[in-house]
Design a binder for this molecule. Structure first.
Ligand code: NAP
Length: 505
């Protein structure tokens, strides 16, 4: 395994800080020792990307599609080794790692199809109308063009789908942008292997070496340096709100500010209407408990808040949900830092006035997380803004509302989230419709009678939402529409064919 950064086709050199991956499941450091890139190496990666940008922008959709398909084929050919390493580095189950590789290949092929079709460029041609009165109309032709070098910061909880060759990299390449990935230090071996697959595919395709680079760093210094580089055109980030906000601020303070498409944390409120609770409370409790614990709660779509009306059925529902959470085993989290943050955040929540602990799962050693379920009232929730923040782990907060009017009032006040769910019976459709109309103004995805975890990769999906779920509520980070983020619109007015891109002939 190559422990150095990949600067196009060149390798980084030893000399900077070093770090190792850590297995929380086995409580040990993993070989090899990785070498952080120096600032000069990061500069070289961006300079190579700047040099590659015009050639990449001029590639055909077929060329970019072929590159993306080669990346998918490379992942598939190496799937066994990749899944085994990701399983070691992240403590995610092997089957989950294998499944995520499949999802990532599907994602790469979806973007390949998008690149090949040319649909994403949204070419529009309006011919001149020289005889129009009172003024002649000039010829206008417009389409989307790539932005230039994109820095990609992936998240720890998706070592493939939101990492080195994940959605941001696929979307940026599909539109013809070079990519510089800041490898996530929680899974450097997985990142290194994916990086080698990318390097081989770029070489094989005959594309310039600056098409893809991968930089290692154990801290934040290199990422900050990268975002400040004048050659960079945009940033794709998936991770915590703190990380996303830090990069947004850095990008905004540049002499030439650039967009940061940050996909951050979310609490994904689940609204349970009284009829649904009365008719199938136990069934909903089982599904909700599974959704809270899925992936040890380490999903951006984790149901962090649950809104219930006060009723007899609610008591039964809470008893059933608490029973499921109490029965949960303690599972290893992705990293020791994430575990420490989870323990501290859950302890702070338990100590918050007006909050009571409803259930706690089994305890475990090392970085194993106990599932936890808390409850509060809407009045207490409003008093303590911290209760609205994501706790990254197997934890959720039930907010007891007096009635549907209070649930709707919460919806009107809630922060932007990636997703929100409504559970209702057919006879409650009018209440659900009124609530949905408000909730839809706050989220990227509104779900009826199902849980927020599980995001399809498809043309119609939206994985986004208003701030603070993302920095740019107008776009999505999953699905083929994600390509639009790494493009900008250009219009050619009265230009002869020689000046036009071929899509506009
Ligand atoms: P993270 O700690 O924010 O890390 C993400 C990446 O950004 C890492 O490479 C990290 O480097 C870097 N980074 C963080 N803060 C930085 C800063 N101030 N300056 C420069 N670089 C910085 O997030 P994570 O722990 O990997 O992932 C968990 C979070 O991601 C959760 O909040 C989860 O909800 C969210 N998430 C969101 C989505 C989505 O689609 N919206 C998907 C998955 C996960 P270091 O590791 O060196 O700090």
């Amino acid at each position: 395994m190559n422990p150095f950064s990949l600067l196009g086709f060149r390798d980084g050199a030893p000399g900077g800080a070093t770090f190792c991956a850590f297995s929380t499941a086995e409580d040990r450091e993993l070989e090899p020792v990785f070498h952080s890139a120096s600032a000069a190496e990061a500069d070289l990666a961006v300079e190579l990307a700047v040099a590659a940008a015009p050639r990449l922008a001029a590639t055909s959709g077929a060329e970019r599609g072929a590159l993306l398909r080669a990346l998918a084929a490379g992942l598939e050919a190496q799937a066994a080794a990749l899944a085994a390493r990701a399983h070691l580095e992240t403590a995610l189950p092997l089957a989950r790692c294998q499944g995520e590789i499949g999802r990532t290949c599907g994602q790469l092929r979806l973007f390949a199809t998008e690149a090949e079709s040319g649909r994403w460029a949204d070419a529009r041609i309006e011919l001149a109308q020289p005889d129009r009165q009172p003024l002649p109309k000039p010829d206008h032709r417009s389409l989307r063009r790539p932005l230039g070098p994109v820095a990609v910061f992936g998240a720890s909880n998706f070592p493939f789908a939101f990492s080195t060759l994940g959605g941001d990299t696929a979307a940026a390449l599909a539109a013809g942008n070079p990519v510089v990935v800041k490898a996530h230090p929680a899974h450097p071996g997985t990142a290194a292997h994916c990086g080698q697959i990318a390097r081989a595919a770029v070489r094989e395709a005959g594309l310039p070496e600056g098409t893809f680079s991968l930089l290692f760093d154990a801290g934040h210094g290199l990422g900050a340096h990268l975002v400040r580089h004048p050659g960079l055109a945009a940033v794709g980030f998936t991770g915590s709100r703190r990380g996303g906000l830090a990069l947004m601020e850095l990008a905004a303070r540049r002499p030439r500010p650039i967009p940061v498409f940050a996909e951050m944390s979310a609490v994904n409120p689940v609204f349970l209407l009284p009829g649904a609770l009365a008719a199938r409370g136990a069934e909903i409790a089982t599904g909700l408990a599974a959704s809270i614990q899925l992936g040890v709660g380490q999903f951006c779509t984790n149901p962090g808040l649950v809104l219930v009306p006060r009723s007899a059925a609610t008591e039964d529902f809470l008893t059933a949900l608490a029973g499921r959470i109490s029965a949960a085993s303690a599972e290893p989290m992705l990293t020791r830092d994430i575990h420490r943050a989870y323990v501290a955040a859950a302890a702070a929540r338990a100590a918050t006035s007006g909050v009571r602990l409803l259930a706690r799962g089994a305890t475990g050693s090392g970085a194993r997380a106990e599932a936890q379920l808390f409850a509060t009232t809407l009045a207490d929730f409003r008093r303590e803004p911290a209760l609205g923040e994501e706790i990254f782990g197997p934890c959720s907060l039930v907010i007891e509302c007096a009635d549907l009017a209070e649930m709707r009032a919460f919806a009107e006040e809630m922060e932007g989230s990636l997703a929100s769910c409504l559970f209702f019976q057919p006879e409650e459709i009018e209440s659900a419709r009124a609530l949905a109309a408000v909730v839809a103004t706050r989220v990227g995805r509104l779900v009826a009678n199902a849980f927020p975890t599980g995001v399809e990769v498809s043309p119609a999906i939206v994985h986004g939402g208003p701030y603070p779920a993302t920095s740019d509520g107008a776009s999505t980070s999953v699905g083929s529409r994600a390509i639009e983020r790494f493009t900008r619109l250009v219009c050619w007015q009265s230009c002869p064919p020689e000046l036009l891109p071929r899509e506009l002939h």
